[in-house]
Design a protein around this ligand. Structure first.
Ligand code: ATP
Ligand code: MG
Length: 478
């Protein structure tokens, strides 16, 4: 259960927040004074701290500094009725995750808290690899993720991570979708000298360009319509830490120019700002695009490419290291059995053989999802091949020889199969919005398959691009 600490002397607000978080299933602790809070932080670990700026005994910034001394990775959200720019800027520079202006709405509270908890999990979840391991801080409270696979190709990757993690340089991680780029980025962070500083992930493809720049570089009041206050961007909040730029191939040219300057000079300006900001940031970037081709097409700056490319890791697709598949299967079987509180399901030698031979176009992510699904559906017994739909249906040849009506029939049968299973799960009173869930998965798969090309993805799903956009907006992805 995730633990939240509330620090505020306003009993009414504490009462509201306590109920709000307890209903969502969090473990809530409360301190009514700064001194009491500091005592608590010295002995207990938290996943998130909400801190009032104005306390009777100590001021919020002093408490924030203390928190950061004890629990540097725990996100702190400042709550303040005094929304003056200087205070919030000061707090953000001192490592606050974000701030809430009182009185705040539940929606805003949920959003910021949700994001902060994701960051907390990412920063605290250790990633280890079976290589020339540099010792990693150990935390009894947090699980650790392992990079699995002992093939020659992966061993070379581990060796490389070991060599470069501690060097304070930018790294470009490339490889097909689902090969473990983000996992490797996090392993580098955990083995780097900056592992006690923030790690921030920014997905360059997930948000539109204009929003990306303001989120990333921050902005000053009046920079654009609606910019009513100064805003500290992720880059500035990450000072001293590591920034993981996912899908860097989708970054706009203007952002690329600014990023290059951050890499070269360690400086940038907020949008609409004239003051130069200095930030000490290590950049890890990932892409599944061929950046050379992007350069030729005029979408990627060559100078940035060379700058990033100095240290680059190419992750091999799973089909080129099929000797790792058995270990991965066993790892996921054990992990998901624990996660879903079931005994691990079993796979016959014959199925395993098929797994090893299958080309896994979605790489480790596809394998992971496949075992997750099997675990959810199984009762701890052998899983038959039929449960692994792809082992039967991956017969492209078979599909190619069908006419449109036959393909539609085939599709209907497949859908009915899956949907029956889904409805079977949802009979357990889980109150989930199944239609929305199905839509979300379909859309994200289509986007994955089309390399995030919305036009192609919409076509694949037989809907208009507008409908796709509306859905993405609804799901908060764009
Ligand atoms: N070698 C590995 N051992 C264990 N788990 C792995 C390994 N490689 C990848 N995974 C898991 O597979 C999933 C996909 O990995 P990740 O998100 O790092 O891929 P990616 O290369 O960033 O993919 P994309 O380009 O689609 O973003 C994650 O859940 C990750 O934990
Ligand atoms: Mg990724």
């Amino acid at each position: 259960m995730e633990k939240i600490l509330l620090i505020d002397d306003d009993e009414g607000l504490i009462h509201f927040l306590r109920r709000f978080f307890e209903r969502k299933g969090y473990d809530v602790s409360v301190s009514f004074s700064g001194k009491a809070a500091i005592e608590k932080i010295g002995v207990e670990n938290f996943d998130l701290i909400l801190l009032d700026y104005k306390m009777p005994d100590l001021n919020g910034i002093d408490i924030l500094i203390k928190i950061k001394e004890f629990q540097v990775k725990t996100p702190v959200i400042m709550m303040t009725a005094y929304g003056t720019t200087e205070l919030t800027i000061e707090a953000m520079k001192r490592g606050a995750y974000d701030y809430l202006l009182k009185p705040f709405e539940r929606k805003e509270l949920s959003r910021i808290v949700g994001e902060a908890l994701v960051v907390n999990r990412q920063m605290k979840e250790l990633v280890s690899f079976p290589g020339p391991t540099v010792s990693v801080e150990s935390s009894p409270h947090k699980s650790s993720l392992q990079i699995i696979g002992n093939s020659k190709k992966m061993q070379a990757v581990y060796k490389f991570i070991g060599q470069i993690a501690e060097k304070d340089v930018a790294v470009l991680i490339s490889g097909e979708s689902g090969t473990g780029k983000e996992l490797v980025a996090r392993a580098i962070y955990h083995h780097s000298r900056r592992n006690q500083k923030p790690f921030i992930t920014v997905n360059c493809a997930a948000i539109p360009e204009s929003l990306f720049e303001s989120e990333f570089f921050g902005y000053e009041r009046g920079a654009f319509t609606g910019a009513q206050r100064n805003y500290i961007g992720k880059l500035e909040r990450c000072d001293g830490g590591t920034c993981f730029l996912d899908e860097i191939g989708d970054m706009s040219l203007s952002s690329q120019a600014k990023l290059l300057r951050v890499l070269q000079e360690g400086e940038f300006e907020r949008l609409g700002g004239t003051q130069t900001i200095h930030a000490d940031i290590r950049v890890l970037a990932a892409t599944n695009k061929d950046l050379k081709k992007e350069i030729e097409a005029g979408n990627f700056r060559e100078d940035l490419y060379w700058r990033l490319k100095v240290i680059s890791i190419l992750l091999p697709p799973l089909r080129e290291r099929s000797e790792d598949i058995t270990a991965l299967v066993n790892y996921f079987l054990t992990r998901f059995a624990e996660e879903y509180n079931k005994s691990p399901c079993l796979i016959t030698e014959n199925t395993l053989k098929k797994f090893v031979e299958y080309p896994w176009p979605g790489n480790v992510r596809e394998l992971e999802n496949c075992i997750r699904r099997a675990t959810i559906l199984s009762n701890g017994d052998f899983i038959s091949d039929e449960k692994f739909g792809f082992l039967k249906s991956k017969d492209d040849h078979f599909l190619q020889n069908l006419n449109r009506n036959q393909v539609m029939d085939h599709l209907k049968i497949k859908l009915e199969d899956i949907l029956t299973e889904i409805l079977e799960c949802s009979r357990q009173n889980i109150h989930a919005n199944i239609i929305e869930m199905v839509e979300k998965i379909l859309i994200s798969r289509a986007l994955d398959k089309s390399g995030n090309n919305q036009v192609k993805a919409a076509k694949m799903l037989g809907i208009s691009r507008n409908t796709l956009r509306q859905r993405l907006k609804k799901f908060g992805q764009k």
